[in-house]
Design a protein around this ligand. Structure first.
Ligand SMILES: Cc1cc2nc3c(=O)[nH]c(=O)nc-3n(C[C@H](O)[C@H](O)[C@H](O)COP(=O)(O)O)c2cc1C
Length: 160
């Protein structure tokens, strides 16, 4: 797959997913793009919980002012922090606002130790028309030492 073009798009509220995205980027190269909500989320767990819970109940989509042209890429890595066992709202907007038909999407996330399976299912649901490969989840405390896990995962999904 080495001749394919890669985009690493990620959302990070407190920096963990950003650090993991940078580790992955060092290995796969390609373009890196930070997804930023129009109104940043506060760093407080409770206020994020309240805001994202409200978004969920009201069906409100988190607006993203800047975006990227994904049509140029074959493989799109999508990174995020696990929120309430699922994808965070900025990622939901990113996935539902772009055309993923014919793309390969590979999710990765950082967690506090919970299971990310449901969030990977949500990526599959929202990235319509994409082939979604196995995701990587890394516990926040393990990001600095994640190189080996990243390498193994990239081999498993056929990128290396
Ligand atoms: C609102 C909120 C909900 C969270 N829910 C979960 C969860 O369900 N399971 C889990 O393992 N970690 C959970 N976490 C922890 C984050 O996934 C973890 O700290 C992540 O590394 C943060 O990434 P970031 O620094 O890129 O924002 C939650 C954090 C927040 C703020």
């Amino acid at each position: 797959m080495s001749e394919k073009s890669f985009l690493l798009a990620y959302y990070s509220s407190s920096g963990n997913t950003k650090a993991l995205a940078q580790n992955i980027h060092q290995i796969v190269g390609g373009e890196i793009f930070e997804i930023k909500p129009q109104k940043p989320y506060s760093k407080s767990f409770l206020s994020i919980l309240l805001r994202s819970g409200l978004d969920l109940v009201t069906g409100n989509k988190t607006p993203l002012p800047s975006t990227t042209d994904i049509s140029k890429y074959d493989v799109i890595f999508v990174g995020y922090p696990l929120w309430i066992s699922n994808t965070p709202s900025p990622i939901n907007t990113f996935l539902s606002d772009h055309n993923f038909a014919g793309k390969t999407v590979i999710p990765f996330c950082t967690t506090g130790g919970g299971k990310a399976g449901k969030s990977f299912g949500n990526v599959q649901k929202l990235a319509k028309g994409a082939t979604v490969l196995d995701g990587l989840q890394v516990r926040a405390g393990n990001i600095a030492a994640s190189k080996e896990a990243i390498e193994k995962w990239l081999i498993k999904v056929g990128i290396k």
